[in-house]
Design a protein around this ligand. Sequence first.
Ligand code: ADP
Ligand code: MG
Length: 250
Amino acid sequence: MIRVENLHRHFGGFRAVDGATLEIAPGSITGLVGPNGAGKSTLFNVIAGALPPTSGRVIMDGEDITGLPPHELFKKGLLRTFQIAHEFSSMTCRENLMMVPSGQAGEKLWNTWFNRKQIRDEEAALLTKADEVLDFLTISHLKDEKAGNLSGGQKKLLELGRTMMVEAKIVFLDEVGAGVNRTLLNTIGDAIQRLNKERGYTFCMIEHDMEFIGRLCDPVIVMAEGKVLAEGTIEDIKSNEQVIEAYLGT
Ligand code: ADP
Ligand code: MG
């Protein structure tokens, strides 16, 4: 579904991503691990259109999507969540979800004058959708809670929920489990697996918790110093000498 070809992203003379080549198979939950500073988040930023690459290509379903802006990628069903959740803190959870879809009639000024009924219908549909998403994520009880009052883990769930408001194909998750308690981590893990199985989402997830990765991901890709060091099942990775060395080296 995604092919990254010899991707580079340098900052001045520093090679944060230094010739990374990898593939994400459709229908997979692909893990991306590696020591701090390996270039994982930078790689995500380039794939998701937040940073232009220094060189290299990103291909989605055979189409070159290198350097496309996030809203273009969004239309193609490529979405990402952030390592730090990006919620609108003074809005409720439900309102946060309703903010997501683009191309609503309400966005166009003339429509607000000439087509009020269409806007009402779209809002009603959005509200229903938001409530379905909250239900799916088992946080219906938080629908009227201001997002700023949520715990770190609940904010991560809400981020995942934002990807469900549209027809996503592939979702990039940056440390969605970091700093999240066990119970909530299981809820997030279950939601990811259900989205994968029931709705056909492909995932690529950066994560540090090897148990969480091992439970969800196949294959697992290991990055170190801007390059792909190894790829395989969690067992392959854990017993790979080069991988062990890369982790011990930091
Ligand atoms: P990871 O997510 O694997 O921990 P990052 O992709 O965040 O790694 O960072 C890789 C390296 O690139 C780090 O050494 C980091 O300091 C550097 N880096 C990331 N973003 C920038 C930037 N905007 N400017 C300069 N250096 C950066
Ligand atoms: Mg990171």
